[in-house]
Write a protein that binds this ligand. Sequence first.
Ligand SMILES: [Zn+2]
Length: 344
Amino acid sequence: MQNSERWTDLRRPLLTGLALGLFLLLLPMAALGSGAGHSVAVLPASPTPAAPVAPTQVPPGERDGSRTVRILQKDGSVETMTMADYLLRVVSAEMPASFEPEALKAQAVCARTYALWRAEAGSHAAEGADVCADSSCCQAYLSPADAAARWGAHAAEYTAKLSAAVADTDGQVLTYGGSLIQAVFFSSAAGATEDAAAVWGSALPYLVSVDSPEGDEVPNYRSTVTLSADEVKALAEGAGLGCDLSGDPSGWFSGLTRTASGRVAALSLGGVSMTGGAARSLFSLRSTAFDVSFADGAFTFSVTGYGHGVGLSQYGANALAKEGASWREIVEHYYTGVTIQEGI
Ligand SMILES: [Zn+2]
């Protein structure tokens, strides 16, 4: 992979000007790669293709097959591969492969948009990468071997299905005002998505609350976390919040306020105010759509949905797809006012 390392070095100082050069450099490889399926007849002595396509993988589209992405791995190394191969790994990790094809396509478009936005922002430029493989930072990432192990007998079917979702949306991205959007997504919502402003403090016109149709068909859609008063006290003290928890535990939580979508905006614990997000993190709740009650010496958090609630709901996308929505309709539903366009 000497070539990949060389391209990595080249791209650093010449991000914009290099796009055409990179494309031209990759053209011969793309031709080899995409022609691999026919090479028995045409080129029987063909050298090893630069980007071999696994037998069950649908051949990549022209745009995703010719664009490279540099991925910072968890061990600190940087791996370079085509956008098509990268997106297959992201969709494999981020969405159940059993989902509807249109939901998987919507996920592929989000993942492509997000990766390009990250690359443009230069988040990992210092490490010589465009994105990283850490889901808490960029996007989750599952190698073909790990995906096959997860899918078992469905491995071939799912590899074909997910790579088709990538190929069928080849190069398609989401923009707003001519710029790539922050195509954030999450697992499932409690009836509606959340405004970005309510979660991260700054508003974005395309990340505003919309209805989301998923419900009790979602695994663990409703969950509970039960903590004794002593456990809540220990967590609060561990976080150094300075709460006054000397009184009756039934009065520890107060002042709960909700956002327009029904999630907890803020609450007070022992006289100290915290956001719903901080409470979610402190008590390991699956979302900020929760109620808290106290009985028999313990607090019970009753939680609905999973994730931060901003942008595309994956289970909502699947529910919409089951109702017949296309991937275009799905992304236009979750990202208000965006434009779908090819490449950027
Ligand atoms: Zn990252």
